[in-house]
Design a protein around this ligand. Structure first.
Ligand code: PHE
Length: 355
């Protein structure tokens, strides 16, 4: 009789199609009111000999059914997992949906290239605010009162807000001032960023970008300035023998000052960079004026150094053949697609700078 029960229960176990059905079988067989449990309860009414024999049989049956249930449970779990793996499989051979790919703006690209070159020379990047005060933009940079650059014509002044005259910085040179006020020499920084002047035509926009360089220590001289800029220009324009010409010039914050020209050719209306006898101006530079050092709390009898500044759009236009400055800021996606750069193709000295 127990054999018949065993066969019946085992076939129920094997027929259980999910965990709930299996649990039902377990309750039917082994639960408090289960069938095997029922037989167990009857053991009390048997003689000791019968009880021992029957008890052993029932225990064996109980163990066998419990083991069968466990086995079935594992089978069901495996089958469930298998079904999920089949159903949730991703077909990686599907072609991706077409997506528009973004582009890096030539200004960002050019800044990245410049940072890569100067990083190699040990410069770090400094930043300053676009909204400046008169002290950082002019006074500390040795602009005498009444200097034409302070004129309303060039400078965007903010509506008067009391004691401090605020303006949109007209160059990145105030970052020099902020750096010297906050850091003791040796100093070696570049400062790329936005600058503003009230001007608008083919080669001027009211907002444009400059990059500033500043080196201050006890021994840096004009030779270092020349070496640094020659190295930079040749790397940036990717012309190994690019000649540079340093022309005496004037800036209130440098003495001596120079403007730097690079060699080019304009034959046939086409601009080519290299040793062709013609010249193109690209940046301003000089030895930091002692008045600037003193205004920034640096002892000018002990420290000296150089500074340079250049327009980023201007050199980007030169390098990448972009004819009109205004197009940089028109936010035309067709323009960006044409002149922009691939996002993950980050310029570096090791992997190549120029795209
Ligand atoms: N700030 C100058 C300008 O805007 C450029 C410059 C920077 C010149 C540093 C010399 C030294 O024209």
């Amino acid at each position: 009789m127990l054999d018949a029960l065993k066969d019946e229960l085992l076939s129920q176990v094997n027929a259980a199609g999910d965990l709930a059905a299996l649990e039902e079988v377990r309750v039917t067989a082994l639960g408090k009111k289960g069938r095997i449990t029922g037989f167990m309860k009857e053991l009390g009414g048997l003689s000791p000999d019968e009880r021992r024999e029957r008890g052993q049989q029932l225990n064996a049956l109980k163990d066998e059914i419990a083991a069968a249930i466990d086995g079935r449970k594992a089978d069901l779990a495996r089958a469930h997992l298998e079904a999920r793996l089949q159903a949730e499989r991703i077909d990686v051979t599907l072609p991706v949906r077409p997506e528009t790919e973004g582009r890096i703006h030539p200004i960002s690209q050019t800044i990245d290239e410049m940072v890569a070159i100067f990083a190699e020379m040990g410069f770090s990047v400094a930043e300053g605010p676009d909204v400046e005060d008169d002290f950082h933009n002019f006074t500390a940079l040795n602009f005498p009162p009444g200097h034409p650059a302070r004129d309303m014509h060039d400078t965007f002044y903010l509506p008067d807000a009391g004691e401090k005259k605020m303006l949109l910085r007209t160059h990145t040179s105030p970052v020099q001032v902020r750096t010297m006020l906050n850091k003791k020499p040796p100093i070696r920084i570049i400062a790329p960023g936005r600058t503003y002047r009230s001007d608008y035509d083919m080669t001027h926009t009211p907002m444009f970008h400059q990059i500033e360089g500043l080196v201050i220590d006890e021994a840096t001289h004009m030779g270092h300035l020349k070496g640094c800029l020659i190295e930079f220009c040749r790397a940036f324009f990717d012309v190994d023998d690019l000649p540079l010409r340093f022309r005496p010039s004037f800036f209130p914050f440098t003495e001596p000052s120079a403007e730097v020209d690079i060699g080019c050719s304009r034959k046939g209306g086409e601009l080519k960079l290299g040793n062709y006898g013609d010249w193109l101006e690209i940046l301003g530079c000089g030895m930091v004026h002692p008045n600037v050092l003193e205004a920034c709390g640096i002892d000018s009898t002990r420290y000296q150094g150089f500074a340079f500044g250049m327009g980023i759009e201007r050199v980007a236009m030169l390098k990448y053949g972009i004819p009109d400055l205004r197009t940089f800021f028109e936010a035309d996606l067709r323009w960006l697609k044409h002149y922009g750069f691939v996002p993950l193709d980050v310029p570096s000295m090791a992997q190549g700078l120029t795209r």
